[in-house]
Write a protein of this length. Structure first.
Length: 101
């Protein structure tokens, strides 16, 4: 296209979320596990009969590069990570046990 690329800008692959009952604390979900649940939300909702609330869980491997001057410049760390996401309708929280959560 011969269009020059735009200048670089900060971009975070982590998903921002709120932590705690008030949602005042900010946290981030790991992209390796969280993305799959959100990408497949439509299918997960279908498998649950189109009803909220429901939860989805998955487990998988993720990798991080870390600087390690003792053992060469970089080394790869491997982690097993799990993620559980609970989905509720933001306006309809009539589940009989919702207050227990």
């Amino acid at each position: 296209t011969k269009t020059p690329p735009p200048p670089p800008y900060p971009f975070n692959l982590m998903f921002p979320t709120q932590i705690g009952p008030s949602g005042a604390a900010k946290g981030f979900l790991r992209p390796e596990t969280a993305q799959g649940i959100f990408v497949n939300f439509r299918d997960l909702l279908y498998y649950n009969g189109g009803k909220l609330p429901f939860a989805a869980a998955q487990i998988g491997q993720s990798f991080r590069n870390e600087i390690s001057p003792k053992q060469g410049l970089l080394r790869v760390r491997e982690f097993t990570q799990a993620e559980i996401e609970h989905f509720v309708h933001p306006e309809h929280k009539e589940h009989p046990r919702f207050s227990e959560v």
